[in-house]
Write a new protein. Sequence first.
Length: 544
Amino acid sequence: MIKTSLRRVPVLLSAVVFCFSFAAFGQGVPKIKSITADQSFYSVLGPDHIHPINSYGGLATTSDEHSTIFPPGTLPFQSNYLFLVAARTSLAPEASGLVLLTNISMPDHNGQWTMDFAPFYGLFAPQNLAGQRNAAVFVTAMSHLNCPPSTGNDWPDATFDLNYAAPASAFVDPTNPFDQGGGNLVLVYEGTHRCIGLSGASNAGNNFFSTIGVATSKDFGYTWPTYRANFTPLPGINPTTGPNAPLGAWGNQVCWGNFCPSINLLQPPAQYGRYAISGPVETIADAFTDSTTIAANGLAGNAGDSEPAAFVDDVHGSWPPYVYVVHTYNPGPFSADSPLYQNFSNVGFDLSVSRFALNGGTARMQATHWFGKKFLEAGLPGPSGGGHQDPIFPSLHESDYQNCLAPSQTRSAASISYSDSTHEYVLFFVCLSPTEPAPGSTYVSGDTKGGAWFYSTIDADLYDLSSEDQWSLPTEVVNSWSPFIPNGGCGKDFNGWYPSLMSLGARPGHLGTSGFIFYMDGCTDKETTGGRIYSSRAFTIQAQ
């Protein structure tokens, strides 16, 4: 066990406010020359120190999105590392939700980690056997595979996180140290609707419509908002009925986890909730009424903002700081309807960015999209428009095959970090490519045959993250290429999905010159034969 003295809460909260990294900005700071992933990689083990964590406690889907890793002392009375992951559990096998794990020892000499459930998070069945006591503390609105019935003139349930609500990034709000309003722990998550064009049936095989949401917690992550309209006590998930809340819910429309009081004075404030902040031009309601987007088994193609990862830009000390959310944007079957999708015309999906300002918990957050080299486009469509967005790398050229910018390559599952030693923002993503895009390689047309990790940087001595057009040409992470493994109906069994970087002792989102990359080895689009494996690899950053 990591033995760290417990800090008193007021001291910790003060550190949250004043612990910004005011970098010594100036010229001459060495910049990143390369990022190397260790050739050895290891499955994260469960508490028996033998079997992967995925074979323990129903955690087979770990991790279904990016992971957040809180170092010791981030939250009150937290003495070990805390891993916030998207996973199912034996108590709630219907859908992935926010599950909290902790290391039960430091990584061994090989860099292998061993974990268990964080004891007091989601402790819904304390009398059960080990591994069957804990479950997700934040879940989807209703069952992952079911669609609510629509009869007569009833409007279809357009709740943005109807069938999936999985965590991507969590952070302590530095503008809200005293836990005012909505709460000082913020979760950025992917909400998915899988029932467009379907009614009262299974949505297995249907395409998804994804929207990025925000949820807040006032007790450091022990409880999160649950929908009041179709309330089902955790760890259960409502099997057949949604809340009919297109943009989410807040205030008296939600409950404090399983505490759902009817007395107004005990109900949450208006800032507390779970709600949409970033999505495409079309809404779920639009898709229900657009016959051109509906196929025999539902939505004609995947659409929306998915695979998000958030970074609190505390580097330059601006106040209040912005939160930048990099995500995979998929125009889907709507792309032919608007010339504004022209930058996505050559690819099925690509990387884009949204951002929102923190506000001390005084109001719900509102995002804007990167569009037209500015962050002015509203994150969600409304009466005055909104929802348009541009890719981070707008031009695709055959000559940039080694930079993962050729027409036959695609980019996904990105995150943003900050390298403290080199004063650079680091964009880290998965490159899907016909062959390894090694230096000196040339354009190869054909099907995707494998994946590699890539990184791009912005010099923080010159820019902040409002300048998304300043990302450098992407560079491949050494030793990261992995060919897809043939796996039944799964087309992309890849050893590297949702890579999430951390350095020991560093704050979330901040990197030293070495650390670990946590990721999922397996399939995202189908069940993984043999099961997914939550894995880690050591990395090093070399500067020049």
